[in-house]
Design a protein around this ligand. Structure first.
Ligand SMILES: [Zn+2]
Ligand SMILES: [Zn+2]
Length: 367
């Protein structure tokens, strides 16, 4: 079977190419892709911020319809799926064999042999197609989850980034520091730096968990998008602006209990230290790939008694939570997922995504 797929070539040029469908031993489900999202990670790959061999078949945020089921697929929520079902794909899978998988089962996001549809070279021994394709033969190790009937397909395409956001939001509000009022309480104030799709998903999730949220971004269009999602947000430029001032006013000049960095820019990491209160927590979510470095004086971590934690990927248990949040009629998710392109226009979709003024850009099968 020949399918069209989106590849990054040796020069990091994006092209739509027709390739033989890798069969992965033919044991995995065959999925017709309904929507694939463009992630900030994809923009990092396009910029060459990684070391993965090319050609890279990209797209790790995808939903599709099952068209072939050679074996019983693994499901996220334990509920069976059938041919014809719409499913969310958890694109990554762990090796099951490394120290993190064997001894620390809850840390599968740290697996040393993790593989992922959408982050793999097509030249590998067992190639995996990314989700910006017509069809994908899933690895038999991949888990899927049936999309609830009431959940529109385009909205369900937010599941993977929302699972990532749910994990970061839960990490932001995890208890353990009652002495400094960090924890899942109505009193927590959270700043979210970077209001791309991930930052907006984090902000919405934090608000649902009871935090008072202030969003910050350098891009006015994204600040406006946050407002339409019900998030108080403001512009920030070189660390200055309405939003940092509003945050300080809101917290009696102390700063936020938690700051979640979702921008992926080194300057955003630096800003987090200006916004967090003493004894507060910073969650670094945006730096899944390196976008550069900053000079940093560790004194601020020690003297201000800070917790600085990372959050990588969305664990399996976050997917049902994401589906639950996406099914909520009182969250205007469609503000975030309005822009779609047919697969034949995938390069236009990336151009728009790179401008970082819209919410989630989706690529559908189209013509
Ligand atoms: Zn992503
Ligand atoms: Zn492993």
């Amino acid at each position: 079977m020949r399918v069209r797929t989106t590849l990054l070539d040796d020069s990091n040029r994006l092209r739509l190419e027709t390739v033989d469908l890798p069969d992965n031993g033919s044991e995995g489900a065959l999925v017709r892709v309904l929507y694939g999202g463009i992630c900030g990670t994809d923009l990092h790959l396009l910029a060459g911020h990684d070391t993965k061999p090319r050609p890279l078949s990209i797209g790790h945020e995808f939903v599709g319809e099952i068209v072939e089921l050679p074996g019983a697929p693994r499901t996220i929520d334990g509920r069976p799926v059938a041919v014809g079902d719409r499913v969310v794909v958890e694109p990554g899978f762990s090796c099951g064999d490394c120290d993190y998988c064997r001894r620390h089962g809850a840390l599968m996001n740290l697996c040393m042999g993790r593989r992922c549809h959408g982050l793999e070279s097509l030249d590998g021994d067992v190639p995996l197609l990314g989700g910006l394709s017509e069809y994908v033969r899933l690895s038999p190790a991949v888990h899927v989850q049936r999309i609830p009937d009431e959940l529109p397909t385009a909205r369900a395409a937010l599941s993977e980034p929302l699972a990532v956001a749910v994990r970061a939001a839960e990490r932001a509000l995890a208890s353990g520091r009652p002495d400094v009022n960090v924890g899942p309480s109505l009193g927590a104030t959270a700043a979210v730096i970077g209001l791309g799709p991930i930052g907006l998903c984090v902000a919405v999730t934090l608000a649902r968990l009871g935090a008072t949220v202030v969003g910050l971004d350098v891009e006015p269009a994204r600040v406006a998008l946050a407002g339409r999602l019900g998030i108080d947000a403001g512009a920030v430029q070189d660390g200055q602006g309405d939003a940092p001032a509003a945050l300080l006013a809101l917290t009696n000049g102390l700063g936020a209990d938690v700051v979640v960095e979702c921008a992926g820019a080194p300057s955003a990491f630096a800003l987090a230290f200006d916004l967090v209160r003493r004894g507060g927590r910073i969650v670094v979510l945006g730096h899944f790939y390196s976008a550069g470095s900053i000079e940093f004086d560790p004194v601020v971590v020690c003297r201000n008694d800070l917790e600085v934690v990372g959050s990588a990927l969305g664990p399996r248990e976050a997917y049902p939570k994401a589906a639950m949040l996406l099914s909520r009629a009182d969250i205007p998710w469609d503000v975030l997922v309005r822009t779609t392109f047919p697969l034949s226009n995938v390069t236009d979709a990336f151009e728009l995504a790179a401008r970082r003024t819209k919410g989630k850009i989706l690529v559908g099968p189209g013509e």
